[in-house]
Design a protein around this ligand. Structure first.
Ligand code: SAM
Ligand code: SF4
Length: 333
């Protein structure tokens, strides 16, 4: 692929990692993400169809240099066409790396079909292994389903199975070490993510956020952590060996140690809007062009134009910072 055909921005960063949101709906209500009553879901006719998603993924992979495609949401497992979308994406040449970010509900049923369709890996979100805390955090009593989903993903070979956790002060921050122990015992790779200002309720505050430094402090009370030597590159997680390894733990300090300078991501929302950053305040509409009969070349050119003005950083620390109007669940986390 010639350099000028890729998704390059004004700072020379190249987007090769595409996050595709398959739906804004979800069957959990994590307090750091959604209000209890849910949100006004996107109208059905504005959602991309399976064929439209596969077409845009094909344009990204074959014309724009995208190498990794991660399906997310909302909860991607609630989308009926998921296995088919994965399968058709896996048939592309060059074949992209395919992964899924999920809350794990229903994964026990679908993990083997997803693996057979060509899914390479999963990230399952799990913030606690205590039932009451799970219920408090997600507002649903579904811990057992997530645990079963993780085991099924592992059995289906969707490895390494990664677990994403967010710590909330006074809710599960006392359980960080326990969660790590639980993941290590099962061979899952745990990564803690700093809570970001992306919830629909605007409940985030810097004071309440459990910082990466605090997380490392909490883990160090039980484990000896040493920095893993592998280069971080564009991977957002800082990796640590646990008690000398081989087990590791990752910490994603999105807020306190941003990695925007190395960002290689671009996002496509479930209603066909390109976002060049989680925190972008602008979106570029591919759906309207696509439905008006745009050619692949035209879609690719619109996509490049959407990435070009990507800002240097998310600016959470700027006084002028404004949270994006779409919440994380509608952008695709
Ligand atoms: N429903 C799927 C899930 O939970 O994995 C996929 C979508 S979810 C928005 C993607 C990831 O974003 C999850 O790991 C979740 O924990 C994380 N997340 C949601 N809201 C967040 C926030 N305010 N700050 C940091 N991470 C958040
Ligand atoms: Fe749903 Fe994922 Fe948001 Fe939790 S974090 S409410 S599982 S979209």
């Amino acid at each position: 692929m010639q350099t000028d055909q890729r998704l390059v921005d004004g700072f020379g960063r190249v987007a090769t990692d595409l996050r595709v949101s398959l739906t804004d709906r979800c069957n959990l209500r994590c307090t750091y993400c959604m209000p209890e009553e849910g949100l006004d879901w996107l109208a059905k006719e504005s959602l991309l169809t399976d064929d439209e998603i596969v077409r845009l993924v094909r344009v990204a992979v074959t014309m724009l240099g995208v190498r990794e495609v991660r399906f997310t949401g909302g909860e991607p497992l609630v989308r009926r066409g998921l296995v088919d979308i994965v399968q058709r994406s896996a048939e592309l040449d060059p074949r992209p790396e395919l992964s899924l970010t999920t809350n794990g509900l229903g994964l026990a049923r679908t993990a083997s079909a997803l693996a057979a369709a060509g899914l390479d890996r999963v990230n399952v979100s799990l913030d606690t292994v205590r039932r009451t805390t799970f219920q408090e955090l997600t507002r649903r009593d579904r811990l057992d389903d997530v645990v079963a989903g993780l085991a099924a993903a592992d059995a289906a070979g969707l490895r390494p199975v990664k677990v994403n956790a967010v710590l909330m002060r006074g809710v599960n921050d006392d359980q960080a070490a326990e969660l790590l122990e639980w993941c290590i015992a099962r061979g899952y790779q745990l990564r803690f993510i700093e809570q970001m200002p992306l919830d629909a309720q605007h409940g985030w505050s810097r004071e309440q956020m459990v910082t990466a430094e605090e997380i490392l402090g909490l883990l160090s009370q039980r484990f000896e952590l040493t920095e893993a030597e592998e280069p971080r590159g564009s991977a957002p997680a800082e990796k640590f060996l646990v008690d000398g390894g081989p087990a590791t733990v990752g910490v994603i300090a999105s807020v306190t140690r941003p990695f925007c300078g190395d960002c290689d991501r671009v996002r496509l929302t479930a209603d066909g809007q390109v976002r060049n950053c989680l925190f972008a305040r602008e979106e570029s509409d591919l759906r309207t062009a696509l439905r008006a009969g745009a050619s692949d070349e035209e879609l690719a050119s619109r996509w490049r134009a959407a990435v070009a003005p990507k800002r240097a950083g998310h600016g959470i620390d700027d006084v002028a910072f404004l949270q994006p109007s779409r919440p994380m669940s509608a952008i695709g986390g």
